[in-house]
Every structure is written in C-alpha cells, then in structure tokens.
Design a protein around this ligand. Structure first.
Ligand code: G3P
Length: 218
C-alpha cells in the first residue's frame, strides 16, 4: 500500500516526503485555492519534490476544455496525473487522454458503478470520497471495498485511491479493504504517527538512564 498527501501545501509535502512514507500527492481546486498560488506554479514545485504521481484537477467542465487543460498540466512534469470529475464529459475526456498516454485520476467518485465506468474508460486511478459519504450517513469505505474487489475480479489495472480521508482509522480500513493507495491530509499522517504511550515510554527510558549517571553514548 502507498500513502499520498492530499494537500497543495509545499511545506507539508516536503515534511511528509522527508519521513520516507509519502510517495505521491493529490490536490483539488479547493486545496490549491487555500495556498493562494497559481495552479501550474504549485504543481511544478510539488512534482519536483515528490518521487511519484501528483494529481492536479482540471477546471473545465466540457470534454474539449478538460482535454486541453489536461495536456497543459501533463506538460508540466512526467509525474503529473490529471484529475477529471466523473461526468459524461469527464468520461469522454478520460478515454481521449488514455489514448494520448496521459494518466488520469477520476475524482468525485461516490459509487462502485461510477468507479467501474471510469476503469472501463481507461482511468489510471479512481478516487472514492470516503469521508464525504460518511458525512451524509453512508458507508464510504464500502465503496472502496466493493470497487477494489470488482477491479481484482476482472483484472483492471485502474488503481483505487481511498480519498476524503478524515482520521487514522480510515487509513486502517482502507488498508484492510485492499486499497492500493490512500490519500490523506498532513494532520492525519501526524495522527497516525503519534501515540501518547510512545511519548511516555521515551520519557521513562531517558529518566531511568539519567538515574544511572552515565553519559549517553558512552
Ligand atoms: O482531494 C479529494 C478529497 O480527498 C477531498 O477530501 O476532506 O475535502 O472531502 P475532503
């Protein structure tokens, strides 16, 4: 399983990559708007920092516009993946981009059927939004589980990215569901790392060692 960061904040990405656990990044228009920088400039900087795929979303809603924006985004760096919403126009764009060898991440996926259509159109990734489904009283992770099992059954190469991850247990559930990727906010990455018993344990080890009076490293 791989972990991506779901952010356009370059400092967060730098810190995540330094930890050695982040192998890709996903962004969306809301996340890029938050950092108040031009999209292409941010994508270029992120692509230079991250060894793996970096998803950047189109804003156009018609097929021709999506394809044109996708070509421009893909020209920024070889690791750009173009995020396309799951609509009729989006599916047509995914098909056209697959024909041009441009990687896509089909986004705003809320059902296994939408994910299946994206895979059939030639998507590289699909992103079921787990947290947003949970928000409306549905079982978001069930969409991930079912989609992973359908893709496995038919040998689709499309990879599931568990997205809209809100807390560490979403990551555990995505891993159990067999999702090849989960994309998470930096805050959730830190929550995964920290445990109060780890902090207490370190303090206790240091205190015990200090009692002996021998210098550390001797
Ligand atoms: O980037 C797509 C997705 O992860 C958004 O998450 O928290 O805005 O539902 P959220």
């Amino acid at each position: 399983m791989r972990l991506f960061l779901d952010t356009a904040d370059v400092e967060e990405i730098r810190k995540g990559v330094e930890l050695g656990v982040i192998s890709g990044v996903t962004t969306n228009p809301s996340l890029v708007a938050r950092v108040k920088r031009p999209l292409k400039e941010v994508v270029r900087e992120i692509c230079a920092l991250v060894p793996g795929p970096v998803s950047a979303e189109v804003l156009a809603r018609d097929t021709a516009g999506m394809v044109e924006e996708a070509r421009q985004l893909a020209a920024i760096a070889p690791n750009v993946v173009v995020k396309i919403p799951i609509t009729e126009e989006g599916l047509r764009a995914v098909k056209a981009l697959a024909g041009e060898g441009i990687a896509t991440n089909v986004t705003l996926v809320f059902s296994p059927n939408q994910a299946l259509l994206a895979a059939l159109a030639g998507a590289t990734y699909v992103s079921p939004f787990v947290g947003r489904l949970d928000d409306v009283g549905a079982d978001g992770m069930e969409v991930v589980r079912t989609t992973v099992s359908i893709f496995r059954q038919y040998g689709f190469s499309t990879q599931v990215i568990a997205a809209s991850i809100r807390h560490p247990m979403h990551v555990v559930a995505a891993a159990q569901a067999g999702a090849p990727v989960a994309t998470l906010p930096y805050g959730v990455l830190m929550q995964m790392l920290r445990h109060p018993l780890t902090d207490v344990g370190i303090e206790r080890f240091l205190a015990d060692w200090a009692k002996v009076g021998i210098a550390p490293g001797s």
